[in-house]
Design a binder for this molecule. Structure first.
Ligand SMILES: NC(=O)c1ccc[n+]([C@@H]2O[C@H](COP(=O)([O-])OP(=O)(O)OC[C@H]3O[C@@H](n4cnc5c(N)ncnc54)[C@H](O)[C@@H]3O)[C@@H](O)[C@H]2O)c1
Length: 367
């Protein structure tokens, strides 16, 4: 990536617990209960800790804008609208995704423990952020899970062969718990890079990797501004027709099967809200007749990690390992927040009614 704004002030390094306290204070100021504010802070700070700054505290200004648009609904809870035993349909009602997804997973976990499996269709949640967070919640309970998510009515990705935005960045996630070891967690956007990563690059004055973006005319570009300034371009789907196909299934499983909605002319969003729908399938591994499952999974991971390293690589990671490495680093060294994002967060804090003095106090305290 190219840094074309070298005169910028340095990136801050903020200890996770202090950043958590500030984020909690912002949402309590906005009107959230302390529990809601803490769940939002847990999720955003954890996303930063794993290295996914695109889904961390930098989302706060967008959430505040959505609140101002009367879209994001504070202090709402997951509402089970249909209980069919091993299948639950849950309405999110534009409540904080960090709350309604947490509660939806709690219900699915309880049901999967009892029945062996539970499919949870969560619809109409406000942004549910880093999907790995929800898979990790299931894995902590000893459960396998996979998650298909759509970003309903918010097209940013061109279809394979297309030249304009038609699909959300629709993430897919799967996790496999391993007793005594960290879970395997695969979690990615079906776009070549997550949209939030274009925001981070734009704020930092950097380019994005080749192949990730096309401009408004369909030509490849490295400039993240095509996602943030008119005329708008598009993200590309990862892996050509395969990523496009997975994005399409995320759209239909997440958006249609949950009773939510998919992206098309009638559903295009016009506000700052980000609406996610998610199909989660949560499975108790103990329900299978598979006494060797853990040993087989471990043997496979050991086998692939023993591959000789390809030129230019220094290590083979298992799914979820890069996030664990980054988490350990950032827990020790603090979370990097670039100055533009930091200013936007302060402006958001002021917008929800925090006083200049309190904002300055937090700023001075955290620097
Ligand atoms: N809520 C939403 O609307 C929404 C939309 C899109 C993306 N997201 C989130 O954005 C986040 C970022 O997505 P992304 O596509 O930028 O992720 P990414 O490209 O960084 O890929 C992450 C996945 O790849 C694995 N990985 C990364 N580097 C690896 C390596 N060298 N070797 C082996 N495995 C490796 C990671 O462990 C992880 O499972 C995700 O957490 C996703 O859930 C959310």
């Amino acid at each position: 990536m190219t840094d074309n704004q070298t005169a910028r002030p340095a990136t801050l390094r903020i200890p996770a617990d202090q950043l958590h306290a500030y984020v909690t204070a912002i949402w309590v100021q906005a009107g959230s209960t302390p529990r809601e504010a803490a769940l939002v802070a847990d999720h955003l700070v954890a996303a930063n800790l794993t290295g996914h700054d695109s889904h961390g505290v930098g989302m706060i200004p967008r959430y505040v804008a959505s609140l101002a648009d009367a879209q994001l609904q504070l202090n709402l809870h997951a509402d089970v609208v249909k209980d069919a035993g091993a299948v639950l349909t849950i309405e999110g009602g534009k409540g904080f995704g960090q709350v309604v997804a947490f509660e939806a997973m709690e219900r699915g976990i309880e049901r999967a423990r009892r029945l062996g499996i539970c499919a949870v269709g969560l619809r109409g949640a406000h942004h549910i952020g880093r999907i790995g967070h929800w898979a990790e919640q299931c894995a902590r309970a000893g459960l396998v899970s996979f998650h298909f998510v759509n970003v309903a009515g918010d097209p940013l990705v061109a279809p394979f062969g297309g030249a304009d935005r038609r699909i959300g960045t629709n993430p897919f996630c799967a996790a496999y718990p391993r007793p005594g070891k960290p879970p395997l967690v695969l979690d990615f956007a079906t776009s070549t890079i997550a949209y939030g990563k274009t925001r981070v690059a734009y704020n930092q004055g950097k380019h994005v990797p080749p192949g990730a973006l096309i401009d408004h005319a369909g030509f490849p570009t490295l400039e993240p501004k095509v996602m943030h300034e008119e005329p708008f371009g598009s993200l590309t789907p990862f892996g050509g027709h395969k990523g496009f196909g997975l994005a399409a299934m995320c759209e239909i499983f997440g958006g249609a099967l949950s009773g939510g909605f998919t992206t098309h002319t009638q559903t295009l969003g016009t506000t700052n809200a980000i609406i996610n729908c998610m199909l989660s399938v949560i499975i108790d591994p103990a329900a299978f007749d598979a006494p060797d499952a853990q040993a087989e999974a471990d043997a496979f991971i050991e086998w692939v990690k023993a591959s000789p390293l390809a030129a230019g690589t220094d290590r083979i990671y298992e799914p979820g390992e890069p996030e664990r490495v980054t988490r350990a680093q950032r827990e020790a060294e603090g979370i990097p927040v670039d100055p533009a994002t930091w200013t936007q967060i302060h402006e958001a804090a002021l917008a929800v009614g925090m006083s200049e003095e309190e904002t300055r106090r937090w700023s001075a305290h955290l620097r």
